[in-house]
Design a protein around this ligand. Structure first.
Ligand SMILES: [Zn+2]
Length: 232
């Protein structure tokens, strides 16, 4: 274990909250043990960058969940510097990486590794979906509005990088798009993640279907304003 920051009660609270999110996943495994490695600006981090290139702010490998950037558990923030300097919710970041660990645990490291993995929207969309779950369960949240917001952001973007959250962090668009597609397939179509992984329908086809669903959902909300998509 390497860490520049003292392990204190604040990080315990963050880890408990991340664990509570991950427990909602069908991939959750109570026997799984995570090695959480906090490694901003350490010797280990430099070796890691040399081996795999200077990459994202966190990664998971076997049971190791490696947070490579400066964190402030008290304010529940992490400060990535890759791509651009920004701040991100630390609980979400850890929950996202824990889900990557569980993907590899359930389906095998040969199917989930940096070089070989399912399509990016399936790979990154699911950890995003699980880590953002509290926001998606909020009564003011609307998936149709969120999809329209994504389309708007994508139209305005000049490359694949978009900034879907407060804090200024930018991510390749398949993080946000993937989350919305997973959310649609799980909450509206009631598929499991396992079914989604096995499904061979293309990303473009599902996205088109989702746009059609928005149009239908809008029409029905005009006719039956009380009808809301089924959400748990
Ligand atoms: Zn990821």
């Amino acid at each position: 274990m390497c860490s520049n920051d003292k392990i204190n009660d604040n990080i315990k609270v963050v880890l408990d909250n991340a664990m509570n999110l991950v427990q909602k996943s069908e991939l959750y495994d109570s026997s799984y043990k995570y090695n959480i490695i906090l490694c901003s600006h350490t010797f280990y981090n430099k070796i890691d960058d040399k081996l795999l290139g200077i990459g994202p702010s966190a990664r998971s490998r076997l049971n190791n969940l490696i947070i490579k950037v400066r964190i402030d558990p008290k304010s529940n923030l992490a400060f990535p510097t890759f791509h651009k300097e920004c701040e991100i919710n630390l609980t979400y970041l850890i929950a996202h990486e824990m889900i990557h660990c569980l993907q590899a645990k359930k389906y095998g490291i040969m199917k989930f590794n940096p070089f070989r993995h399912p399509e990016l929207w399936k790979l990154e969309g699911y950890p995003e979906y699980i880590s953002k779950k509290p926001k998606l369960s909020n009564k003011d949240y609307s998936l149709t509005t969120e999809i329209e917001r994504y389309i708007n952001l994508e139209n305005k973007a000049t490359d694949i990088w978009i900034s879907p959250e407060d804090g200024g962090c930018e991510f390749p668009n398949y993080y946000y798009k993937g989350r919305l597609m997973i959310e649609y397939l799980m909450d509206i179509k009631h598929l499991s993640y396992d079914q989604i992984l096995k499904d061979s329908v293309s990303e473009a086809t599902i996205f088109k279907e989702m746009i059609k669903w928005i149009d239908g959902a809008k029409k029905s909300s005009v006719m039956f304003p009380s009808v809301q998509p089924n959400r748990q």
